[in-house]
Design a protein around this ligand. Structure first.
Ligand SMILES: *Cc1c(COP(=O)(O)O)cnc(C)c1O
Length: 352
């Protein structure tokens, strides 16, 4: 266990003192509502959603559903505008601009770095190991400075697709005295168990999930953070008052109520991933298709830049990742429908 972890020492002084904005809908949701300067005549079109009223600032109903689904309490759940809002808020809460540092393990998701740049935070980078894209635990712990506040881990990792060894994740959570942010955007496509319900055991763990991938709801922008109650309380204090809108929370609830369909679809994508991998491996221009537990395949080509450009000309859009460490000549290919994958394979066959 992480005995010397002290949350209050990590939180920025201005955030500790912060008196949050108090919104009208925090107090009353029913009655003669003349408190929030909403438009009493309503939306300018037929509206069953009460869109002229502000949404619940706490998203209590949605959080209860999410908590029940992952075996936690609503106090351990934060809902944000995508996972990206969670990432941004954690920087705001823990990282003093120009002073504090974070650690990332490239190649990985670009947003941790972009958000650091927005907040003027130094990013120390410890690349993954070359063989299996695994965490180099000793090197990561060696890179920790006195003011390193957060460590970002992404498992399954984007763009490599692999999961990290459970033992390594656990060691880092237990040894690092700052906040460990474990991004599980692709967890439903993997064979690993989520760490979400471990946030009650590890006070420095924040787990990020999203409805953008396995749920097929990227358009509604709903991200979830799980953490101990004190961290969630800070996130609630710092967020925009009405961050989740009514249409988003309605569709998020619908999504959660259709979890079985999500699982069914996820299984179909995993089967399709296997098939696509086998077909890519047969192409001469493909050197390696990395093992994936996500809904994409990192693929090493003989000349990735050229292939990327040729495909783009045919309106087939994949992601060039050749400029990332350890990803020389790699493209990241999202698993599509059987028909889309077939079109991709036939285009690649014509190239080489
Ligand atoms: C897609 C993705 C997300 C999702 O971000 P949202 O803001 O929730 O859409 C988060 N992390 C990783 C690693 C991703 O690839």
């Amino acid at each position: 266990m992480n005995r010397s972890f002290d949350l209050e020492k990590l939180v920025r002084p201005n955030i500790k003192k912060l008196v949050p904005y108090h919104s009208a809908r925090d107090d009353f949701g029913e009655g003669l509502l003349l408190d929030a300067n909403e438009n009493s005549l309503g939306a300018p079109f037929p509206d069953n959603e009460q869109l002229h009223r502000y949404p619940d600032p706490k998203q209590q109903k949605l959080k209860e559903l999410i908590a029940e689904w992952r075996g936690l309490r609503p106090q351990n759940v934060f809902t944000g505008v995508g996972s990206d809002e969670g990432i941004d808020l954690l920087y705001r809460i823990f990282c003093q601009p120009e002073k504090d540092r974070v650690l990332t393990t490239p190649p990985t998701y670009g947003m941790y770095n972009v958000s650091a740049n927005i907040h003027n935070i130094t990013v120390d980078k410890v690349t993954l190991d070359e063989e299996g894209f695994q965490l180099r635990v000793d090197k990561i712990l060696d890179a920790v400075e006195p003011n390193t506040k957060m460590l970002f881990l992404c498992s399954p990792n984007n763009p490599t697709g692999n999961t990290y060894a459970t033992e390594n994740i656990r060691t880092l959570i237990e040894e690092f005295q700052g906040i460990v942010i474990l991004d599980e955007a692709y967890i439903d496509f993997s064979n690993q168990e989520s760490w979400a319900d471990k946030v009650v055991k590890y006070p420095n763990l924040v787990v990020l999930q999203t409805l953008s991938k396995s749920f097929g709801l990227a358009g509604i922008r709903l991200g979830i953070s799980y953490a101990q109650e004190e961290i969630i309380d800070y996130m609630m204090k710092v967020k925009a008052p009405y961050n989740i809108n009514k249409l988003t929370s309605k569709k998020a609830v619908e999504g959660l109520q259709n979890w079985e369909t999500v699982q069914f679809r996820t299984d179909a994508i995993k089967k399709e991933r296997k098939q696509l991998k086998e077909e890519l491996e047969q192409l001469k221009i493909v050197q390696k298709v990395y093992k994936s537990e996500a809904n994409f395949l990192l693929t090493k080509f003989t000349d990735a830049k050229d292939i990327y450009e040729q495909l783009t000309k045919q309106n087939i859009i994949i992601r060039y990742r050749g400029d990332q460490p350890l990803c020389n000549n790699c493209l990241r290919i999202t698993v599509g429908t059987p028909d889309e994958n077939e079109q991709l394979i036939s285009a690649l066959k014509n190239l080489g």
